[in-house]
Design a protein around this ligand. Structure first.
Ligand SMILES: [Cu+2]
Length: 230
């Protein structure tokens, strides 16, 4: 959960998000170095008379300022590709959940169970209880076991939506007529909030996503409870 005036990312709750945070910091350090150097050069050029009538060209420095940026780009591209392929992999998921986007709510189906599915609507502001987050809380949370690989199949019933949880490092487009796949591991118990991330209509801002990661035992009792209710 982000706190007010927070500037950075939310804390990582999955291994993939940790990788993304590391990569972000890595790229940002390179940006800092380049910006500092450019700023220094600008200041040097406007404040001094850096002219030398004997220097007409210099092959050496031109090789340096051509090759060095290329090396820097490779140093960003390689770790980026590594995470890209890491995120693409779905390794032997223990549980599969189908998330369907609707105008304007999400519905979840636990396809490993005979009849476990529900709709997840935002709780209107006037119905919130103290401690609940406005525009983020839902009436039914997507409950998952922690420390287990979860596969989410994402699609939409009507228009484009996007299923996203920042702290888990997941964002997947929900496209009508198409089944997208993503995976995550919640590395700690907790409640993780997200929002639909595709402008999908009038109530786009009011279809939040809540994932509750619990120990496996609690997940089992939750699923039995849900099956009994149905
Ligand atoms: Cu939407």
């Amino acid at each position: 959960m982000a706190h007010p005036t927070q500037l950075g990312f939310q804390d990582a709750a999955s291994p993939v998000m940790e990788e993304l945070l590391h990569f972000h910091d890595h790229a940002l350090m390179i940006v800092f170095l380049i910006s500092t150097m450019v700023l220094y050069i600008i200041v040097a050029m406007v404040s001094t008379k850096l002219t030398n009538k004997y220097i007409l060209d210099s092959q050496e420095i031109e090789i340096v300022w051509t090759v060095l940026p290329a090396v820097i780009l490779v140093l960003i591209a390689l770790p980026s590709l590594r995470i890209l392929y890491l995120m693409d992999e779905v390794n032997d998921p223990h549980l599969t959940i189908k998330a369907m986007g609707h105008q304007w709510y999400w519905s979840y189906e636990y396809t490993d169970y005979e009849d476990l599915g529900f709709d997840s609507y935002m709780i209107p502001t006037q119905d919130l209880t103290p401690g609940q987050f406005r525009l983020l809380e839902t009436d039914h949370r997507m409950v998952v076991p922690m420390e287990s690989p979860i596969r989410v199949l994402v699609s939409a019933e009507d228009v484009l939506h996007s299923w996203a949880i920042p702290s888990l490092g997941v964002k997947m487009d929900a496209v009508p007529g198409r089944l997208n796949q993503t995976a995550f591991i919640a590395s700690r118990p907790g409640v993780f909030y997200g929002q639909c991330s595709e402008i999908c209509g009038a109530n786009h801002s009011f279809m939040p996503i809540v994932v509750e990661a619990v120990p496996l035992k609690h997940f089992e009792s939750w699923s039995t409870l849900m099956l009994e209710d149905a």
